[in-house]
Design a protein around this ligand. Structure first.
Ligand SMILES: C[S@@+](CC[C@H](N)C(=O)[O-])C[C@H]1O[C@@H](n2cnc3c(N)ncnc32)[C@H](O)[C@@H]1O
Ligand code: SF4
Length: 375
């Protein structure tokens, strides 16, 4: 089982917190799609014939694509790869693009799972982030998606934002859980270098959330998600009725995936590669039938660290038996010894051979994962 990620590197405007690779030069779209077709053809053997179970349109802003573009891309992927009939196809979309007409287009193009970038239902904060939509548009986007027939809708929210109070965050959660969503991704704000938020933070003109506020946000998130029947299955992800993101889960469980488009990452079990983060260079190189990427071979330690880092952040946890099978008894013993202190402090629990974090453990997961790494 394998996955395909397609990075659509266009945004109509840039949000002040975001460091995903994107350009506002949408005039490159036609050339980009031609280049993408060339890349798909050149990478046809990357997944070594494995069945493709998930396709993910991410960005940037996939909702700059037309229905015809999407049909062409999915159709071509099906020609080149063994895409399973029940393949999960997720499409990231910005609320302001989700008109009833566009939603109908997405549905008829074969998209069945939507991931909508809401971020906040607070108009003042949306403006501060340089989002193009307002709260009403966000609510309408989700309602219209459900009315179109989408039954698997995910919303993205950000907490720990400057100016987001505890009650403001609670109100955001109340709104999102009252809407017909099946999945929530809630991320704590990260200040990435080379973003306006980072610059303002360093200058002192942007006042970050305090640690107690961030902790309170996370606490409220976990409590309310449980009340509304959403299962906390990964540090930032919550699902109703077992509707996990299959695509993202495959990243966390070490499955192969092929990333297409500028800046996209691929993983084949022993190496990781990432495409050039530059749309013009990407297009020019594929015009010459050349892939343009960097590659890193993963050492055994890298692979073990990745398994622990991703696994411990999920409800499926880390298996000492799997460490033993894949990396040998010494590594398994070392990992188990390291976990003892977290078991004692009730930050983790052990069920058979599987170690998972408790709710208290989620709060300090960064510290725990850092300590668990093999150097
Ligand atoms: C790749 S972005 C694209 C989504 C889509 N373009 C949109 O903005 O609606 C995916 C998600 O990452 C999250 N994200 C991006 N930058 C972030 C940051 N600095 N801190 C926390 N979350 C962030 C946002 O929730 C966003 O919806
Ligand atoms: S959050 Fe989405 S819309 Fe905003 S800049 Fe990033 S990718 Fe573009």
């Amino acid at each position: 089982m394998a996955g395909i990620y397609i990075h659509i590197p266009f945004c109509r405007q840039k949000c002040y917190y975001c460091d995903f690779y994107k350009t506002v030069n949408t005039s490159l779209l036609t050339d980009f799609i031609r280049a993408l077709r060339a890349e798909i053809q050149l990478q046809k053997n990357y997944l070594e014939g494995e069945q493709v179970e998930t396709i993910y349109f991410g960005g940037g802003t996939p909702s700059v694509l037309t229905k015809e573009d999407i049909i062409e891309i999915i159709g071509f992927l099906r020609e080149v790869f063994p895409v399973s009939p029940g393949c999960e196809i997720t499409f990231e979309a910005n609320p302001d693009d989700l008109t009833p007409h566009y939603l109908a287009d997405l549905y008829s193009a074969g998209i069945r799972r939507l991931s909508i970038g809401i971020q906040s239902f607070n108009d003042v904060l949306l403006k501060k982030m340089n989002r193009r939509h307002n709260a009403i548009q966000a609510v309408e986007a989700i309602k219209n998606a459900a009315a179109t027939g989408f039954s698997d809708i995910s919303a993205d929210l950000i907490y720990g934002l400057p100016g987001l109070s505890k009650s403001g965050w609670k109100a955001n959660l109340q709104t999102v859980f009252s809407l017909p969503i099946t999945h929530l991704s809630a991320y704590h704000l990260t200040y990435h270098e080379r973003t306006p938020f980072y610059t303002w933070l360093k200058k002192g003109t942007l006042k970050p959330a305090t640690e107690p506020t961030s902790i309170a946000h996370f606490e409220t998130l976990m409590k309310m998600a449980a009340e509304y029947g959403f299962e906390h299955y990964e540090i930032s992800n919550f699902a109703k009725n077992g509707l996990y993101s299959k695509h993202n889960s495959s990243y966390w469980t070490g499955k192969k995936y092929l990333g297409l488009g500028p800046s996209a990452h691929s993983f084949n079990g022993f190496s990781r590669q990432w495409n050039v983060s530059h749309t013009e260079k990407y297009i020019r190189s594929l015009e010459q039938s050349q892939l343009l990427f960097e590659e890193e071979l993963l050492s055994e330690e890298n692979r073990l660290n990745e398994y622990i880092l991703t696994g411990i952040r999920t409800k499926w946890g880390v298996s000492a038996a799997e460490i033993q099978n894949r990396f040998g008894p010494e590594k398994a013993a070392y990992f188990q010894q390291n976990m003892e202190k977290y078991l004692d402090k009730k930050l983790a629990i052990k069920t058979g051979e599987i170690y998972t974090l408790t709710q208290q453990g989620w709060f300090v997961s960064d510290e725990i994962t850092t300590n668990l790494m093999f150097i």
